[in-house]
Design a protein around this ligand. Structure first.
Ligand SMILES: [Zn+2]
Length: 118
């Protein structure tokens, strides 16, 4: 089974920019729901106000923690249509480092389909 979820988040604005934070209870709830469904978290998606990149905060506070997991950053707060190639895609290595995934590889791995539910 594949579930897309948006855990409860708290928006933060500071002199260093903007971000969203998942508090402990939201992370706990996410992990409980994953466990009950027999699923694992393999990708996270978020957006930046401008260009797409993995910030030091993204590296340090990623929700995905499993090696091989993906972090997808969408540019321009996703206010316009975009393709996978417009995004910055990172993969978590076994040593715990986020490494950028080449665009061609990301485009071969990830495709977006339109929701077919009525
Ligand atoms: Zn970010």
């Amino acid at each position: 089974m594949l579930t897309v979820t948006a855990p409860r988040q708290r928006a933060v604005k500071s002199g260093q920019g903007v971000c969203v934070v998942l508090d402990g209870d939201a992370l706990h709830g996410l992990n409980v729901s994953l466990h009950k469904a027999g699923e694992r978290l393999f990708a996270q998606v978020h957006s930046h106000p401008g260009r797409a990149y993995h910030s030091p905060m993204d590296d340090q506070y990623a929700v995905v923690t499993a090696a091989g997991g993906l972090s997808i950053v969408v540019p321009d707060f996703a206010v316009r249509p975009f393709s996978v190639g417009d995004c910055a895609i990172y993969r978590l290595t076994r040593s715990g480092k986020w490494t950028v995934m080449p665009k061609r590889r990301a485009e071969a791995l990830i495709y977006v389909v339109k929701d077919q539910t009525p």
